[in-house]
Ligand binder design. Sequence first.
Ligand code: MRU
Length: 339
Amino acid sequence: MPFDQPSLCWDDNAIVTLDQRALPHEKRRLRLDTVDDVITAITTLAVRGAPSIGLAGALGVALSAHAHCSPGITGGGQEAVRADAQRLAAARPTAVNLARAVDRALGRLPDGPEAVLAEATTMIDEDRAVNRQMVAHAVQAVLDRCPQRPLRFLTHCNTGRLATAAVGTALGTILALADAGKVTEVLVDETRPLLQGARLTAWELAEAGVPHRVCVDSAAAAAMGRGLVDCVLVGADRITARGDVANKIGTYGLAIAAAHHGVPFIVVAPESSWDRSLVDGRDIVIEERDPDEVTSYGEVRTTPPGTRAYNPAFDVTPASLITAIVSEHGVHHASGARA
Ligand code: MRU
């Protein structure tokens, strides 16, 4: 999929995307023809990243509307679409983008399947514009807070074009700074257990020709302690009214280490990731995934038979540990945020 293409698009009554499970070994095109295909793609992380799963969910509602409400089709009608929308919204619970985008697409159902599809494709266009504005603000936020030149970043998970419809959030910011010659190196947390950093972020950085090294997640604090990191940049899955941030498991530990070492810790995420109905981040539902993701590596079991695992996919970083949260509207000063 070329650089200027959205990571998801609608093609002849199906959703077409890149199968992120196959990266970096294979650039496999994935065609999703049914709502069940979309749900499987979201739950198995073939499509992942908060903005991308929102867009996939919205396009999933369009698939359902075409299947059930097209003229001449004896489908299940609007009730069936509403039931599909509920299943889509519940596919992953933490990122607010999914339920919100599904809901927005569903709002056009009374106007017919083409209206639902138009709403979903408008969301893709909006996400592209939002990416550009957000990255411009985030570049400035980084430059304002990090006097060193050029800069050494540390990032976690994947927040690039695979996770959005355009350049991405935190990774989009790093790429823009690299384009301007302001990046020496990016340390990429491998991001256990599903390796979004090692597999996807390293792939995007290599594609863009940006110098980077992958490290195990547990090396991040040591890297900060040794003065190898000027700024930590991450994305978000849900942000509460006071600025607590849910993001990929391991983010909270990074924020603690960054605060300890005086390294700016900046979150880059669209307005669509804010959930102002919640104040305290402890109220965010955290997805717990299959223990096998932790007890095995690929097909190989790494723990004694019968070993149980704790596998939360996300954690919550309190606002007090965050230097700045940047969206397409600029820098949010979360209450109690670190200066
Ligand atoms: O489980 P994933 O890979 O979907 O988790 C993704 C993240 O945690 C990202 O940091 C977040 O969605 C922001 S993507 C711009």
